[in-house]
Design a protein around this ligand. Structure first.
Ligand SMILES: Nc1nc2c(ncn2[C@@H]2O[C@H](COP(=O)(O)OP(=O)(O)OP(=O)(O)O)[C@@H](O)[C@H]2O)c(=O)[nH]1
Ligand SMILES: [Mg+2]
Length: 299
């Protein structure tokens, strides 16, 4: 099938082929993905680019750990389904956010540069395990910032935690200079007394304003989908199961119970992925955001 991409896409492909090093290649591949066609015929192409990005990130991470003799205070081992980093300047509220979103208990203080090494927590959004890393604040110091930014470069999502419009400009400039094109959220914090028009939206860790919105945005940006399951004749469960975009019924069944795939008979589906309400499907059926699924097991 022709992919009918924009000329910019083909130009970007040439640039990727000519990338000088892995960091540069990763940056260009992320850009390539953002201009790749999104129609059905280009699904394989997009999947191929995503695979290349994932492989490069792995290689870069490996190099990072190999380069370091002994344990660096900045090394972070990736765990969970996805990794999100909190990046910003001092006192923007990164530790405060980490402590309300995850199980981590970082030190919070009005004193600048309280966080000296990456603080790691796990965020459980409806069953999806997301690793959240608070990076020490940027210092505008090449040596230290390079180590911090190397972790951001291989993450899946950067949350830029900011408290002024000037910080937004400065942070975006740094990411541009360092050629880091990972998906990001520009998050204004301290909504209880500040307002930034350059932020995507504002939160407050004090009053908990918009914290649920933040969780939803993280799910969206990480390309995760929420699926609800139900038992025959009953209403859907309140708590959705969170899966990667493109996940199948098989993945859903595995996530609910380890024996479900073995005992699986068929499923009924309502929602975007169903041709009609209550469509009967097998394990290979691809799910979409908001689907409702009834799984039937063999007797
Ligand atoms: N009013 C208000 N204060 C906040 C909010 N979030 C954090 N703070 C305060 O801002 C200060 C800095 O918060 P931290 O979470 O330690 O900031 P940080 O970005 O981790 O800073 P460092 O790690 O020290 O660079 C603390 O005094 C917090 O109590 C908020 O939403 N509203
Ligand atoms: Mg901190």
């Amino acid at each position: 099938m022709p992919i009918n991409a924009h000329p910019e896409f083909y130009e970007m492909q040439v640039e990727v082929a000519q990338a000088k090093n892995k960091e540069e290649k990763l940056f260009l591949l992320e850009k390539l993905l953002s201009v790749a066609p999104s129609h059905k015929g280009a699904e394989r192409l997009r999947a191929d680019i995503k695979l290349k990005i994932a492989k490069l990130k792995k290689e870069l991470e490996k190099e990072k750990t190999q380069k370091k003799s002994g344990k660096s205070k900045f090394s972070v081992k990736k765990t969970g389904d996805s990794q999100v980093v909190l990046l910003g300047f001092t006192n923007s509220g990164k530790s405060s956010l980490l402590s309300i979103l995850t199980n981590a208990k970082p030190k919070i203080s009005e004193w600048p540069f309280t966080t000296k090494v990456p603080e790691i927590g796990t965020m459980d959004i409806d069953g999806a395990k997301i690793q959240m890393v608070e990076l020490p604040s940027l210092k505008d110091n090449i040596d230290e910032d390079t180590e911090i930014l190397a972790i951001a470069r291989t993450s899946d999502l950067i949350i830029c935690v900011v408290t002024t419009n000037e910080e937004v400009n400065r942070l975006l400039k740094i990411l541009e200079i360092k050629r880091i094109a990972i998906p990001k959220i520009i998050l204004g914090n301290k909504e209880d007394y500040l307002f930034l028009n350059k932020a995507d939206f504002m939160v407050s860790t004090l009053t908990k304003t918009n914290i649920d919105r933040l969780k939803n945005e993280i799910i969206k940006k990480l390309n995760l989908i929420k699926i609800k399951t139900k038992e025959p004749g009953k209403l859907p469960e309140n708590k959705p199961v969170v899966l990667k975009k493109g996940a199948t019924i098989k993945k859903l069944a595995e996530t609910i119970h380890k024996d479900f795939v073995k005992k699986f008979s068929h499923a009924l589906i309502w929602g975007k992925s169903a041709k009609f309400p209550g469509q009967r499907t097998g394990l290979d059926h691809k799910l979409e955001e908001g689907d409702i699924v009834e799984i039937y097991l063999r007797k």
